[in-house]
Design a protein around this ligand. Structure first.
Ligand code: MRU
Length: 353
């Protein structure tokens, strides 16, 4: 795929002084952009999953800060500072698991601190430029991961993926699907098996849609079919994305990923995690300390307006699970492939900025 084809899925875009984001809640039935003007509105968009996927959430949060700065460009320095602090707070509270959100907020805060001696309008303009750079960098990182990861896939590989770690989950190209895209660009015949990914159906609604758009062969299965497919020799590799990797290599990703990793080990199938370095959280010792988001019960008891479970039933809805590092064959990063990730290897990988 060429850079211009990448443009087909612009998950977030800057348009006439506003942020626009594809409304991922309504795909694939409807393709529409929603427009955002404030940090509060962007935080709501993240919480309600208009935008989702770790790197895309990070980009959205950076734009949320920039939008707030632009909104307050006529404010006094004191008012500006107070409103900006509030913007950081509301964005940080939008979703807890994907560390890219906090990574992007920390990065844009550092930039803001470096602008202290400048006028409020100059600060606002510089923060918008930083948000644009975070977005552009994400695409570059995904392309680099794609190149490293593509080398792991044989011509003809049948690759299972879980959730959506594609262009829709990033600024473009994708992480796990970016590896698949890059392998296809390199001339390999790759086919994808997409887990539907209950309860939010990111696999059925988003991954299948992305692959169909690009004519990459994709087969949709329900989550409980992965073991059957593996036992019949129909899967050659698993590639997933991640929301946060702990210092010891434990991987948080969409609920159900752990199940897939256990199955992959049982069947001797490599389990790869496409992981930008911004997703590695060296401040968290292991996966048990990664905050796991619990979402609304109605996502499990039904979908949209349809409810299929009895009123009054008890429900759990953890949105992510943790795959222990020992089940991970390799992390695919923009700096290369880290086989059998552990504390020492991640420390070496993240040592230089
Ligand atoms: O709840 P979501 O849809 O934001 O969860 C997304 C995932 O779990 C992705 O696999 C992860 O963010 C990696 S995206 C490149």
């Amino acid at each position: 795929m060429t850079a211009s084809q990448d443009k087909r899925v612009e998950t977030l875009r800057w348009c006439d002084g506003h942020l626009e984001m594809i409304d991922q809640r309504v795909l694939p039935a409807e393709f529409r952009y929603l427009r955002y003007d404030s940090a509060e509105a962007v935080a709501q968009g993240i919480r309600e999953m208009v935008v989702r996927g770790a790197p895309a959430i990070g980009c959205a949060a950076a734009y949320g800060v920039a939008l707030e700065a632009l909104r307050q460009r006529d404010a006094s320095t004191a008012d500006f500072t107070g409103r900006m602090e509030r913007a950081f707070e509301v964005l940080a509270a939008s979703r807890p698991t994907a560390v890219n959100l906090f990574w992007a907020l920390a990065r844009i805060r550092t930039r803001w601190q470096s602008l202290a001696s400048q006028s409020v309008p100059a600060q606002a303009d510089a923060l918008l430029a930083e948000a644009h750079e975070i977005l552009a960098e994400d695409i570059r990182v995904n392309r680099a991961m794609g190149e490293h990861g593509a080398a792991l896939l044989a011509d003809g590989a049948r690759v299972l993926t879980h959730c959506n770690a594609g262009a829709l989950a990033t600024a473009g190209h994708g992480t796990a699907l970016g590896v698949i895209r890059s392998a296809v660009e390199a001339g390999k015949r790759i086919s994808v098996v997409a887990d539907e990914t209950r309860p939010f159906l990111q696999g059925a609604r988003l991954t299948a849609w992305e692959m169909v758009q690009e004519r990459i062969p994709v087969t949709l299965i329900t989550d409980n079919m992965a073991g059957f497919m593996m036992s019949r020799g129909e899967i050659d590799a698993v590639i997933v994305g991640t929301d946060r990797v702990a210092a010891n290599g434990d991987v948080a990703n969409k609920i159900g990923t752990y199940m897939v990793a256990v199955l992959a080990q049982r069947h001797g199938i490599p389990f790869y995690v496409a992981c930008p370095i911004s997703t590695i959280d060296m401040s968290i010792a292991d996966g048990a300390a990664i905050p796991i988001e619990e979402r609304a019960h109605r996502e499990v008891t039904g979908f949209r307006d349809l409810q299929w479970a009895a009123d009054g039933v008890l429900v759990r809805n953890p949105a992510f699970d943790v795959t222990p590092a020992e089940l991970v064959t390799a992390l695919i990063t923009e700096r290369g492939v880290i086989h059998r990730p552990n504390r020492e290897r991640l420390a070496a990988l993240t040592a230089t900025p």
